[in-house]
Design a binder for this molecule. Structure first.
Ligand code: FMN
Length: 375
């Protein structure tokens, strides 16, 4: 059995009380700690010391949802008192169901193995634990193989490698649905960073920087910035195209759920001139794009999803990340195991936009003249 834990507690609840509540709830469900693959709570708890201590003991990555996300989940035991304090009628039940869900949608109420197990500790602090079962199909184990090998120089690739690379490129997707609470093997993350490092850059400028957001509280602050920009984009789309509501219905980021979060930053310009006399800003930005595409393909080769999130106001993000003068955030990369990869670009799947065919993008000798492709 694979399960997701939803945790709630009074401010200042010790780790021991939470641990005991978890043990009791697991016993009720007939489960053990080894069955726990996802742990979730509300973002108000991101700095809750006892919860952080317990998560550190078990090496859990807690997925923190906002009150609005939790309030949208149907639960068996909503509470008016909880709503007054947190803004959502349920924390633990809703968090467990969201963490056990698929594709960003919560698991059905029937998935709850333990609805709301409450424990009052010796100091009067309350801990609440809910347990939801995760359907086996949504627990995908990524294949970790971080050994890229030492490549000798020279033309060493044959059909097999060419086909593998084509398959990886064809199967790469921008992913927004992640397996909540899943972790990313540090060795695999290192391999992805290595892939970025192998990217081309104008004049060997290497103008990109990546910041691994490992602090849960910082991740929540970033998620809130993205929530804000999502609303602003919806308003702009409503005014420009009358598509505000359809946009809000799309899932456009997985900041809270993804196993790892990297911020892509354009470093302050170092004045590289080689290849940049005429289009300096563009060449530097493109070089960052090339490095990130390497990382994106490497992630797919490791069966990990990656979603590039650009719905962000740069200034407040720069402030959160303590960027120096002249540095600019360019986006956020959500990386981690996913329940399943989209078979086609999600925006095409939901008919938001139809991709242009290749022959419309390539020309022969001059703009607009059709290129015979493959001929
Ligand atoms: C620079 C860049 C920024 C992007 N920002 C977002 C974003 O904020 N939210 C989102 O849902 N998708 C974002 N995308 C993903 C694109 O929508 C996606 O790449 C495109 O629809 C094609 O789908 P595919 O990557 O699965 O082939 C971004 C992609 C790029 C390259």
């Amino acid at each position: 059995m694979k399960i997701a834990l939803g945790l709630g507690c009074d401010r200042g609840t010790p780790a021991a009380t939470l641990a005991q509540a978890v043990d009791e709830a697991l016993a009720q469900a007939g489960a053990t700690l080894a069955d726990v693959v996802a742990v979730a709570s509300i973002d108000l708890k991101v700095d809750e010391a006892g919860m952080r201590e317990l998560a550190a003991q078990h090496r859990w990555r807690v997925c923190y949802y906002s009150a609005a996300q939790l309030a949208a989940v149907p639960v068996p035991n909503p509470s008016e008192v909880v709503r007054q304090y947190t803004g959502t009628p349920s924390v633990s039940e809703a968090a467990a169901l969201l963490a056990a869900g698929q594709g960003g949608a919560p698991a059905p109420v029937a998935a709850l193995r333990v609805e709301k197990h409450k424990l009052r500790g010796p100091d009067g602090k309350n801990a609440t634990v809910s347990i939801a079962e995760i359907p086996e199909t949504t627990v995908e184990k990524p294949v970790f193989d971080s050994n890229f090998g030492d490549l000798p120089s020279g033309p060493i690739f044959g059909d097999a490698e060419q086909q593998a690379l084509q398959r990886i490129m064809a199967a790469r997707r921008d992913m927004r649905h992640f397996t909540p609470g899943a972790a990313l093997d540090p060795a695999v993350l290192a391999a992805l960073l290595q892939a970025a490092h192998q990217g081309p850059s104008v004049g060997l400028m290497q103008p990109w920087r990546l910041i691994h957001v490992r602090d849960d509280a910082l991740r929540v602050q970033i998620a809130q910035l993205v929530d804000r920009e999502r609303q602003a984009t919806a308003q702009a789309l409503e005014q420009a195209e009358g598509r505000g509501q359809p946009f809000l219905a799309l899932k456009v980021e997985g900041i809270r759920e993804a196993a790892a979060l990297l911020a892509v930053v354009q470093a302050p310009d170092d004045g590289t001139l080689f290849g940049r006399r005429t289009l300096p800003r563009e060449m530097a930005l493109l070089s960052t794009g090339c490095a990130m595409q390497n990382l994106w393909l490497a992630a797919r080769a490791h069966n990990l999803g990656l979603g590039w999130v650009s719905l962000i106001e740069p200034e407040p993000l720069a402030a959160l990340l303590h960027l120096p003068e002249g540095a600019q955030p360019l986006g956020l990369l959500c990386i981690g195991p996913v329940p399943a990869f989209y078979a086609a670009p999600m925006l095409a799947q939901v008919s938001w936009r139809t991709p242009r065919p290749l022959h419309e993008l390539c020309f022969d000798n001059r703009w607009g003249q059709e290129l015979p492709i493959g001929g």
